[in-house]
Design a protein around this ligand. Structure first.
Ligand code: CUV
Length: 637
């Protein structure tokens, strides 16, 4: 029997439809996988060469080494750092794609794109040390793109990636430099992990783990440049009110779901949907075209355009069971291949768009920046055609949706604060932290994972921390969870924020003209936009003249699953944040690796991993970590 395991009420409505159609939900697929491989769960299975697979006996009754002699520590460390490298590769490919598009735009022009936020571009150029005087916007764009691309190309080991020193506090940079984990080249950091984990190479788990951290710092580098260049091209997010959850689908509209990550595709589809709205009406969809988002593409267009969010990671294929999605347009990352199967059960056109991300059974329309308008037109028309084939009897849209105030870029937060103190915008925030009205800051990031009731861990940890007056930032599918469950509303502040936090949110919200508090969870964007939280924390650190590792700032990924999330968590640790992971990482077969990541890391970086599957305990541990930081700064606890 098909089922769901989610606190998202839409899922209980849709699971029986999966059953009727004879398709498995993600939770059914998980159940069929049980019991999952115990060696894999511990991380002690090695498939790096064809002498294997080898696995270490965790009980000490069988082999304690692989055929080559690799210990559990080496096997686990190699597996882990390959995940970090893959995450870094994924985010950085995204960043590279944006940078190349920006360069192309600046040099030759691209019909579908522009520098929409010139002020942001100028700010970025200035930060990168580019002399803006006398240069056109497009010339600046080329220079910014070139410096960014150089972070993928530089071969001088002594010269670290530019975006690192241009975005992090100098003391943090100094500390990371001493630890030897600052990459000079994003691609090289990834390639280095692949090379040193080849059979018969680096066989020292500490040395391996440090290389993984370097790859994670490359992940951060790719991410920060992706965010900053995207803002320049597509606009820096400002607060906007929208809706989230599957109730945002409309029965009388052509519903196009944008899913994946890169705004280069989704932005143009949004523009084209507006242009072709009348064609949709002519096809019988009286409400025209309704664009909705899924996963991080959803976050990108939600932040910049107020496009409603349909759902987050784990329920992406379930969304198709509504029978109301005419086209699901995807680019890269976090796209379950199952959507093709679900699409084929309905009239839904599942359209892949990137040459290196195809799905068997899906339609492929290859998208490139050069012919973006033509391809976007083709894609939107395919969706309109699909609408004509929609069977109204199979439409079943769960009426779940919540209001979400989103769009809290660092700039937007600083702007809101400047309404309280125009001279020194960060001062109100710093004062609130110093006085203890705000105890600390928690960044929630990461995915959903079938191993946890969908969204439940997010909601539990966040409520615990809000009640303790911790300011909450969110990105990725965590932000999606909070949006779907009404945590980005003013009412949620009233209900869940502790008294002193509520006071601060109300003072800032009122000054910003919201006639009430800011929402208790600030949506900062997609996964790459975790860089925004670092920007905010770095601004605080610089203002206080402290290292990031001294601030009462923590990170939490209660439901993570992807390699990208592992990379993010790893740089969060390196930057100095106590970092909770709510899924038991596949490392526990190597006590030495566990020791390094949960304890030794604290001595080297200040940050460390907190693996904790109980969300209430996780919140307590994170709060204790915040108090420890406060003590360190001499602040009240
Ligand atoms: Ni990039 S990485 S499931 S979409 S947050 Fe969502 Fe966010 Fe994890 Fe993926």
């Amino acid at each position: 029997m098909s089922h769901s395991n989610s606190i998202d009420k839409s899922m209980a409505i849709l699971a029986p439809i999966a059953e009727q159609n004879g398709i498995d939900t993600p939770w059914d697929r998980y159940e069929k996988m049980l019991p999952q491989c115990g060696f894999g769960e511990l991380g002690v299975c090695c498939r790096i060469c064809w002498k294997g697979p080898c696995r270490i006996d965790p009980f000490g009754n069988g082999p304690d080494r692989g055929i080559c002699g690799a210990t559990a520590e080496v096997i686990v460390a190699r597996n882990l750092i390959r995940m970090q490298a893959a995450g870094a590769a994924a985010h950085s490919e995204h960043g590279r794609h944006i940078a190349l598009a920006m360069k192309h735009l600046g040099e030759k022009g691209l019909d579908a794109y522009a520098i929409k936020d010139e002020a942001k571009l100028k700010g970025v150029a200035e930060r990168l040390g580019i002399e803006a005087e006398g240069k056109t916007t497009l010339e600046l764009a080329v220079e910014v793109a070139d410096i960014s691309l150089n972070d993928f190309m530089n071969q001088d080991h002594h010269k670290e990636c530019t975006w690192l020193s241009k975005s992090l506090p100098p003391v943090t940079i100094e500390r990371l430099r001493k630890a030897g984990v600052l990459p000079h080249n994003i691609d090289a950091a990834v390639a280095n992990v692949m090379a040193r984990t080849h059979v018969g190479c680096d066989s020292d788990h500490v040395n391996l783990l440090l290389a993984g951290i370097r790859a994670a710092m490359a992940d951060y580098t790719g991410m920060v440049l992706a965010t900053e260049l995207s803002d320049s091209m597509f606009g820096t997010p400002k607060p906007v009110i929208t809706k989230a959850n599957l109730g945002v689908l409309k029965e009388d509209a052509v519903n196009i779901a944008l899913h994946g990550h890169n705004p280069l595709l989704s932005e143009v589809i949004c523009d084209m949907a507006m242009l072709l709205n009348d064609e949709a009406i002519a096809a019988g969809a009286s409400a025209g075209i309704n664009v909705v988002g899924i996963c991080c593409t959803g976050n990108e267009v939600m932040m910049r355009r107020g496009v409603p969010l349909a759902t987050n990671y784990l329920s992406q294929d379930m969304a198709i069971l509504t029978g109301a999605i005419d086209g699901m347009v995807v680019d890269v990352q976090c796209i379950m291949p199952s959507i093709a199967t679900f699409g084929s059960c309905f009239h839904t056109e599942v359209i892949t768009t990137m040459p290196d991300n195809k799905i068997t059974g899906a339609r492929h329309v290859e998208f490139s920046e050069k012919d973006a308008l033509d391809r976007a037109r083709e894609i939107v028309r395919i969706c309109i055609d699909a609408y004509r084939k929609r069977d109204p009897h199979r439409v079943n849209i769960p009426q779940q949706k919540e209001t979400a105030i989103v769009g809290f870029s660092t700039e937007a937060i600083v702007e809101a604060l400047s309404l309280v103190n125009a001279e020194d915008p960060l001062k109100p925030l710093i004062d609130a932290i110093v006085s203890g009205d705000i105890k600390g800051v928690a960044l929630f990031a990461g995915c959903n994972n079938v191993k946890i009731k969908q969204d439940h861990a997010y909601m539990t940890v966040v409520k615990e921390l809000l009640a303790r007056n911790v300011l909450v930032l969110a990105t990725g599918c965590g932000a999606g969870a909070f949006a779907k469950h009404g945590m980005m509303t003013q009412e949620a502040t009233e209900e869940f924020a502790g008294e002193s936090l509520k006071g601060v949110l109300t003072a800032v919200g009122t000054a910003a003209g919201l006639e009430g508090p800011l929402p208790p969870v600030m949506h900062m964007g997609s996964c790459v936009d975790n860089s925004r939280a670092v920007m905010l924390a770095s601004a605080l650190a610089k203002a206080l003249d402290k290292d990031l590792s001294e601030l009462p700032v923590v990170a939490s990924a209660p439901e993570l699953m992807s390699e990208k999330a592992v990379a993010i968590g790893s740089w969060a640790v390196a930057l100095g944040f106590p970092t909770h992971v709510g899924i038991m990482p596949q490392i526990t077969g190597a006590p030495g690796v566990v020791e390094v990541l949960t304890k030794t890391a604290k001595d080297i970086f200040g940050g460390y991993f907190i693996p904790e599957t109980d969300p209430v305990k996780a919140a307590e541990t994170l709060y204790d970590a915040i108090l420890e930081r406060r003590k360190g700064l001499g602040l009240s606890v």
